[in-house]
Write a protein that binds this ligand. Structure first.
Ligand code: PBG
Ligand code: ZN
Length: 294
């Protein structure tokens, strides 16, 4: 969602997905709701970006505006999730403010925790039903839980992106959210794709800190991780079928190289079969239509 009105910009690498102004977002959510989709996660493109991502904390920030408008229109017929991170709001595109560690510029983990809790409270005040921290900062769940509880939001659950890999599959999203890192990469806070055990450690930590359910991301190249987490921890597991996974299917489908409907349903089935209780996917409207057709 972005500031303005009447905006519906298609994202070139994600056909059928749009940057929307709040008014058009209402139409889009209404149409999806009519297809039976109840859960929505919001990502914002703010009016300005700076070194600390301060536009994320404004009461009238773009996501806060969207939350208020959606809750006013749809009440409790929709479940609204918010992506809690700063990469869309910082001018350098990293997931929090920076500091220098041993001569190397890196995200300031502990400074990020403080503002993450504030971001979550601001979103909860505006109507978020579930907060979803996605930045992989150490201690983020504990900091957010404490911040929410202190502000009276004990009932707001945390869906932690506990196992998030440093992935090439996020490419199209960074175009959509206008948030590519301006230097370096996210390798210091996201996980190494070769490391499966670390996912279990990260999930264990986040649950100990108070996460209500957790996310594995991406989904398709990490079906083994979904299965491991589902088997070991008895909490709901969400899987994020990310932008690059979506774009590959769309591109090959458009060229007639694969049967898009068949492949999409096969992929979503595999994510479910691996153990996902929830799937976050850009295919959702297509899938909902196809499921209705039987
Ligand atoms: C922000 C965030 C990202 C995605 C979701 N939240 C980008 C990133 O980590 O670079 C990617 C989602 C997708 O590719 O669909 N931390
Ligand atoms: Zn981020």
């Amino acid at each position: 969602v972005r500031p303005g009105s009447g905006i519906r910009n298609e994202i070139s690498s994600m056909p059928g997905n749009f940057q929307l102004s709040v008014d058009r977002l209402i139409d889009e959510v209404g149409a999806a709701k009519d297809l039976g989709i109840r859960g929505f996660i919001l990502f914002g493109i703010p009016t300005f970006k700076d070194a600390t991502g301060s536009s994320a904390l404004q009461d009238d920030g773009i996501v806060q505006q969207a939350l208020r408008a959606l809750k006013q229109t749809f009440k409790n017929e929709v479940v609204l999730l918010t992506d809690e991170c700063f990469c869309e709001y910082t001018d350098h595109g990293h997931c929090g403010p920076l500091c220098e560690v041993q001569g190397r510029v890196d995200v300031d983990n502990d400074a990020t925790l403080e503002i993450l809790a504030k971001q979550c409270v601001s979103h909860a005040m505006a109507g978020a039903d579930i907060v979803a921290p996605s930045g992989m900062m150490d201690g983020m769940v504990q900091a957010i839980r404490a911040g929410l509880d202190e502000a009276g939001f004990e009932e707001i659950p945390i869906m932690s992106y506990a196992a998030k890999y440093a992935s090439g599959f996020y490419g199209p999203f960074r175009e959509a959210a206008e948030s590519p890192p301006q230097f370096g990469d996210r390798g210091s806070y996201q996980m190494d794709p070769a490391n499966g055990d670390e996912a279990e450690r990260e999930v264990e930590l986040d649950l100990a800190e108070g996460a209500d359910f957790i996310m594995v991301k991406p989904a398709l190249s990490y079906l083994d991780i979904i299965r491991r987490v589902k088997q070991r921890f008895h909490v709901p597991v969400a899987a994020y079928n990310v932008s690059g996974e979506f774009a590959m299917v769309k591109a090959a489908g458009a060229k007639g190289w694969i049967d898009e409907r068949r492949v999409t349903m096969e992929i979503l089935t595999s994510i479910k079969r691996a153990g996902a209780d929830l799937i976050l996917t850009y295919h959702c409207r297509d899938a909902a239509k196809w499921l209705r057709q039987g």
